[in-house]
Design a protein around this ligand. Structure first.
Ligand SMILES: [Fe+2]
Length: 285
């Protein structure tokens, strides 16, 4: 009998099931332990492997670009970073980062968000949540969204680091109001400048209020699976085409939700919080 070629389109890789070739790649990048951590606890930390100078420049560029943001987020956020300075191409092509994105969101994962945040002394907690806010629970077995924080200052509890509930990703749902208040089992993710602190889309996390002096800078990098895009692109149907037409058409084309925003001057959700929460609600309906 001749060998039959395996049709890869007829099978799906299961979470944390890798080809030998990809496992070798993870081993060569020293990521096997990181992958085990994120599988077991829902989060992990690894050094990005970049120089101190690179991290220093990355921090400076983020602070500089945050001044171009307008409104309440000015000086505190810089969004849609790719293309705004060449350093972000190098950052986003970091081999560890790309390999981990493939682990968590599959081959061909998309960059969903590249935004820097600057948190000053006195910054408060944002509230416990799972990043898969765009998905109804129960979350799929396969992770859909992957967040990596590139620390450009040391992450400490006093400094307002990320707060995480290890293992909460196994519940595969959003936290309930009393769980958000209680935060049972929460611990800080503490790591040094130049680390990648990462978590899956299901783990419950927040941040500690910043008590330390000065500001901490971090780049939030989010990847998503490639599937949830419309097959056809309707960008050519502009506002003129939609004028005086039923609002359902605008909704069907994704023009009245938060996703796919293009204006870096808004600094992420800045000024559009209402739209953001409306989109979360719709996405879970
Ligand atoms: Fe988050």
């Amino acid at each position: 009998m001749g060998k039959t070629k395996k049709d890869e389109t007829l099978s799906s890789a299961q979470p944390f099931e890798f080809s030998k070739e990809f496992q070798n790649k993870l081993d060569s990048l020293n990521l096997s332990e990181t992958v085990m951590d994120i599988k077991e606890n829902g989060y992990a930390v690894v050094d990005a492997g970049e120089s101190q100078n690179f991290n220093k420049e990355l921090r400076e560029v983020c602070v500089e670009l945050s001044k171009e943001t307008e409104g309440p987020a000015r000086g505190y956020a810089a969004s849609i970073l790719l293309g705004r300075h060449p350093i972000f191409e190098k950052a986003i092509l970091n081999p560890k980062l790309l390999a981990l994105a493939e682990v968590m969101c599959g081959k061909g994962a998309l960059l969903s968000q590249l935004i820097a945040s600057i948190r000053p002394q006195g910054a408060q907690e944002i509230g416990l949540h799972a990043d898969q806010n765009w998905f109804p629970a129960p979350f799929p077995v396969h992770n859909q969204l992957f967040t990596v924080c590139w620390a450009l200052d040391d992450f400490t509890k006093e400094g307002g680091s990320t707060k995480v509930i290890p293992g909460s990703h196994k519940k595969r749902r959003h936290p309930l109001p009393d769980e958000i208040l209680e935060q049972k089992g929460a611990i800080p993710i503490e790591c040094s400048t130049g680390s990648l602190a990462m978590w899956d889309g299901s783990v419950w996390h927040s941040n500690y209020p910043r008590k330390a002096e000065g500001s901490r800078v971090v780049i939030h990098i989010t990847f998503c699976r490639l599937a949830l895009r419309p097959v056809e692109n309707y960008d050519h149907l502009d506002e003129d085409w939609l004028k005086n037409k039923p609002s359902e058409l605008s909704t069907l084309l994704g023009r009245d939700d938060f996703l796919g925003h293009k204006d870096f001057k808004k600094g992420g959700a800045g000024g559009e919080t209402e739209k953001l929460f409306k989109t979360f609600t719709r996405a879970r309906s």
